[in-house]
Design a protein around this ligand. Structure first.
Ligand SMILES: Cc1cc2nc3c(=O)[nH]c(=O)nc-3n(C[C@H](O)[C@H](O)[C@H](O)COP(=O)(O)OP(=O)(O)OC[C@H]3O[C@@H](n4cnc5c(N)ncnc54)[C@H](O)[C@@H]3O)c2cc1C
Length: 381
């Protein structure tokens, strides 16, 4: 079967998006979640979700290049992202790659449609940067595992139907060697998710408690005690796909901020300098993400270069939103120009959320150490 050319695909995506009437994103988190879930369903029914995933998994059987084109068109149309990004960008690619036929067939189509929301249960109170020290335990019991322990900072756990959970199945070996990767039904008895408030005001992530939760063995992803390599794949997917999406989002945000400023008044030198700094930061990100795109299209898998991407992205994201928020944040709103919903609060929200960029998915300090050790070959300190 011939694959649609990228040019034709872009034209088709643009035309669909111009008729689609994307929703306004509400400020209230619960309403926002519901609206974006419906939006995911709409995108899925029209065939725009999981474009590069296999058809057995409910995907479009196209290439990563098509996926990138669609993300770009979606963002340029000022349409929101679907709500289930942790499934789509982070966990799903690992299930598609390492999952059994049953796992791929049963779990992935509902992940794509947004019927099932996924969360990523990796971090624990004593195991964030040092993830391999995680202590949540899974003990074999007949055809099941019994899982007990605690996770933290688990985004969307209170809304999720499924969790990609890292557990310790062998405490007697080197810490990376005793970890397994379980796919856990969040409606199982014994799970409690308690939301935590972020500085944006949203209760988007949770602490999650597991008390002798029964998980069938067929929900083990890959082999027992070999979860660490799959976790590395999951973290790599998070860095690659999110970097490319975020680049377009930042570009569009800066364009919008410049438009907002253009309509307001004759800019001062301070304003011009701030926009100049943000623009230069964006061009650095463009240059960096050309390599990211090449790696994604070549399907190289995780590499220490992902850490360079993440550091550049963190820096640019924080620079761009700090500059914009300084000019157009709530205290400097241009009278009469404020849109509705989350967009009314957009610059303050983006600025506050950008502070988390150097923490989630592995902190900036840890990425710098990875660059020094694994890319440059320096010895461990
Ligand atoms: C918005 C947001 C969403 C998140 N969502 C999820 C999620 O869905 N699922 C999930 O599992 N986790 C999630 N996380 C957690 C995130 O992955 C962790 O916060 C991160 O890995 C850091 O771990 P920690 O918070 O335990 O900090 P710690 O590891 O305790 O680190 C604290 C500080 O010490 C520094 N540090 C630690 N060790 C070293 C070292 N060896 N060398 C130099 N500096 C060091 C760190 O860089 C950091 O500045 C989320 C976090 C945020 C902010």
């Amino acid at each position: 079967m011939t694959v649609e050319s990228l040019e034709d695909f872009r034209t088709r995506a643009r035309s669909w998006l111009s008729d689609a009437e994307p929703p306004e994103v509400p400020l209230d988190l619960d309403e926002r979640f519901a609206v974006l879930r419906r939006w995911q369903q709409t995108l899925f029914e029209a065939g725009w979700v999981g474009l590069a995933w296999s058809p057995e998994a409910g995907g479009g059987g196209l290439t990563h290049a098509h996926q990138l084109v669609f993300v770009e068109e979606l963002v340029r149309a000022r349409a929101p992202q679907p709500v289930g990004l942790i499934g789509l960008e982070v966990v799903g690619p690992s299930i598609d790659r390492y999952g059994t036929d049953w796992q791929r067939r049963e779990l992935l189509p509902r992940m794509l449609s947004g019927e099932d929301i996924w969360c990523q249960g990796f971090s624990e109170p004593g195991a964030g940067s040092d993830l391999a020290s995680l202590r949540t335990r899974a003990v074999a019991d007949g055809d099941d595992y019994l899982v007990s322990g605690q996770k933290i900072w688990t985004s969307w756990a209170h809304e999720a139907q499924w969790c990609a959970l890292l557990v310790r199945t062998d405490p007697s070996v080197r810490k990376q060697a005793g970890i397994s990767y379980l796919l856990v039904d969040m409606t199982s008895p014994g799970i409690t998710a308690r939301p935590i408030r972020q500085m944006t005001g949203d209760r988007e992530f949770c602490e999650v408690f597991f008390d002798e939760v029964r998980v069938p063995r067929r929900n083990l992803l890959g082999a027992e005690n070999e979860g660490w390599a799959i976790a590395t794949h999951t973290l790599g997917s998070e860095r690659g796909a999110a970097t490319l999406r975020r680049r377009v989002e930042l570009d569009v945000a800066l364009e919008d901020a410049i438009d907002e400023l253009r309509g307001s008044r004759t800019p001062s030198d301070r304003v011009l300098a701030a926009i100049g700094r943000a623009h230069v930061a964006m061009r650095v990100l463009d240059a960096q993400t050309r390599q990211t795109t090449a790696r994604l299209l070549a399907d190289t898998g995780p590499t220490p270069l992902d850490s360079v991407d993440k550091l550049v992205l963190n820096h640019v994201e924080q620079t761009v939103f700090a500059e914009i928020a300084g000019l157009l944040g709530p205290l400097r709103a241009v009278p009469g120009s404020r849109p509705a919903g989350l967009r009314a609060d957009r610059w303050a929200h983006e600025h506050l959320y950008s502070r988390a960029a150097s923490i989630y998915g592995g902190s900036a300090q840890i990425q710098r150490t990875i660059v020094a050790q694994r890319l440059l070959g320096l010895p461990r300190g």
